[in-house]
Design a protein around this ligand. Structure first.
Ligand code: CUA
Length: 161
């Protein structure tokens, strides 16, 4: 079969580039452990009362570490700390909090101002991230996935003392 010289060069160049891309993918996954965010667990959104999300809120694990369960719903975040508007939780400076968050109705977002926390909340899935709060201040938890008419009001606050 006759292949034109230029065409042959292009076939070699494209194949080599595919090889480089595959190698880059392999190195990023195996060496740098790059992973897509994935849910840490699953729950039945119609039966949250029978799960760890029955009583949302903060658990003190000692030594400045905390777990926090949060239920997102149209249109607030249930932090389990009374029913203030917006809901708020107080943390000591330096607290390291692992958040476990789920939605009981539609897709919501979870973003914490000034920190590296950005989750998508899907009913049936538990999303998780760990954040350290080093600076005193008020940091809002914001829903950044459109979830209905009162989406813009869907906010809570973390107060670091
Ligand atoms: Cu919840 Cu937007």
């Amino acid at each position: 079969m006759h292949i034109d010289r230029l065409e042959r060069y292009w076939i070699i160049a494209v194949t080599a580039m595919l090889g480089v891309f595959m190698a880059a993918l392999f190195v990023s996954v195996v060496v740098f452990r790059v992973q897509l965010p994935s849910p840490v667990g699953r729950v039945d959104p119609r039966a949250l009362a029978e799960t760890e999300f029955a009583t949302p809120g903060l658990s003190d694990l000692g030594a400045g570490r905390y777990d926090m369960h949060i239920v997102a719903k149209m249109w607030n975040f249930d932090l389990g700390q009374g029913k203030g508007e917006p809901a708020e939780v107080r943390l000591p400076r330096g607290a390291q909090v692992t958040f476990f968050v789920t939605s009981e109705d539609v897709t919501h977002g979870f973003f914490i101002e000034g920190h590296d926390a950005n989750l998508m909340l899907l009913p049936g899935q538990i999303a998780s991230t760990t954040v350290r709060f080093n600076r005193p201040g008020t940091y809002h938890i914001i829903c950044h996935e459109y979830c209905g008419p009162a989406h813009a009001n869907m906010v809570a606050a973390i107060i670091v003392e």
